[in-house]
Design a protein around this ligand. Sequence first.
Ligand SMILES: Cc1cc2nc3c(=O)[nH]c(=O)nc-3n(C[C@H](O)[C@H](O)[C@H](O)COP(=O)(O)OP(=O)(O)OC[C@H]3O[C@@H](n4cnc5c(N)ncnc54)[C@H](O)[C@@H]3O)c2cc1C
Length: 338
Amino acid sequence: MTTEVLVIGAGLSGLVCAQQLRQAGINATIVEKSVGVGGRMATRRIHGIWVDHGAQYITVKSDEFERFIYRLQEKGIVQQWTRRVYQKSPQGLVAPPPEDLYPRYACPKGMTAIAKYLASGQNILHNTRIVTATVQDGLWQLLTDQRHLLTAHVVVSTIPAPQMLPVFENVLPAQSPFMQAVQSVRFLPNVTVMAGYSLGHEIPPEWYALNVIDYPTVRWVSYDSSKHLDTATNPVFVFQSTAEYAFESLNETNLEHIGKTVLTQAGRILEPWLATPEWWQVHRWRYALVAEPLGVSCLRTTTPLPLICAGDWCAGTNIESAYRSGCAAAEAVLGCLQ
Ligand SMILES: Cc1cc2nc3c(=O)[nH]c(=O)nc-3n(C[C@H](O)[C@H](O)[C@H](O)COP(=O)(O)OP(=O)(O)OC[C@H]3O[C@@H](n4cnc5c(N)ncnc54)[C@H](O)[C@@H]3O)c2cc1C
């Protein structure tokens, strides 16, 4: 299959890029290794309940992103979740200072609702992982894990930086400034535990969104049910580990054991009942949060052929950075095609 523009990844940056190209009259094909869309804006449906096990909330800084979030609010996809993120340390529970009282947005049907909306009408090859990129006859040739070759004039890669290195190592020398920039980006791992409890527990509003600091294993607690309007069902919490604990446990294959450690610690930090949920699931993110972004909107080269890299890691560390990078990548593609 030959396409004009091939976008690798159906996370927010890839979907926004492809959507903007479509609006400019360019057909882009998206290739996504997973069954679904959204990447790290991830939601699971467990016992009929939406649970966000990737990004927890959206913050807005730029006018451009504010307009995007406003459009999603109008469609009922996004709503303001909370303005208050409390802080829990061994010294106690602290309310946010006035300067930290700003809106955090979430999706009643989970973060992936944004991706599903953007994906509608787009040309997406699901369950297809790009393994290697080569160049032949003036075209990109991308080999998939099912041994199919996809060819394109322009490639946009939105794969997290450390994961894209092996894909492009055959065509871009490791010493090239482009690859050195990609190599400089650092990601932190994370272990996320989703846990459901029986009814009848008292849940203080301070636990809705809680930054945990100076404890060894847990860095974030949220009462996830408060984002999804189906709170009549049993309460669901999301606990995120510290990057240090996620690093330490990277070689541990028993995810249940890792999750139990996070739950036990959460029970010690807040209330003992949190350590013994009725059900729980664990997800390990090897590349969760950007530690050192590049500080550019997107990264581009025309040698050997036009390649544009986008994603949160170019512009920053969060959903808004991914959005801005996706927009910048679309502009860069249009520049290449002129
Ligand atoms: C646990 C966690 C908590 C977070 N909390 C927040 C938060 O509260 N607020 C916030 O703003 N941000 C948060 N983030 C960060 C936020 O999720 C990201 O900044 C944003 O989703 C990145 O979008 P992206 O499109 O750049 O990358 P991704 O979402 O990573 O998209 C990349 C896509 O590429 C696909 N892919 C990878 N390799 C290949 C391949 N070889 N072939 C085909 N497809 C491939 C992946 O499957 C994925 O869908 C969090 C992230 C995690 C993991």
